[in-house]
Ligand binder design. Sequence first.
Ligand SMILES: [Zn+2]
Length: 247
Amino acid sequence: MTAPPADIFVPPVLVVDLRGEPCVLRRDQWSPHLRRDPSRFRGVVLHQWASHVGTEARLRAKYKGEAGALARRGQHAPYAISCGVGLVTGEAVVSLAHPPERYTYASDSACAEFVSVGIMGRFPFEEDDRVEPRDTALTLALFAAVNRALSEAVAMLPGDGPWPLITHRQSINGPRDHVLCPGEASVVLAVASSAVRDGLLVPDPDYVVLPDWGRPWPASWRRHLNNERCAPSVSSGAATSFDSLVV
Ligand SMILES: [Zn+2]
């Protein structure tokens, strides 16, 4: 089974909408002179932050708790939406960090027509190489955060769907881009999300945006697919258990 059981307890998620606030990214991380056109959006692309995510006590006080402080960190990452779990409280948070029109370096070129979701944490390319605490644990709170983030991303897409769900690996722009992003764990969580189970987002593991650079999913990521919910070209791969992977 790829999906969590129907009676699973999904922890609450704090959603913080910061889309109306001024951009705090560094000038080399975005352009105020370019805008994306949300009417051309055609899918969702998954990323990982590739780092652990702490918060300063000063900011936890300022933003009334760790989750609020964590949401603010989302503004310093280039993804339209960031999601994750506080290290202190274990609270799940979704940060609607940037308006969809904003042109950041995670929304350029091959990624321009996709809503980007960045999962806060560090995840190995393949789960077999996981080492904790170096890598971020897969928890129900993290699942809850990713689950909600993908629903929020769907709400930003035009039309009725379904829309493809891809990974950064598939939408890289050149030889030094992040072929390891977002890692197998991100795929495990996303494939189990309600947006995928309900057929709104359809994993498309073979699609690449720029054929010269994009890479399809490796076999390890495909183990988590339920083929009924994939793009029609997908025919192989046995789904593995969600709850055997989530602690
Ligand atoms: Zn990425």
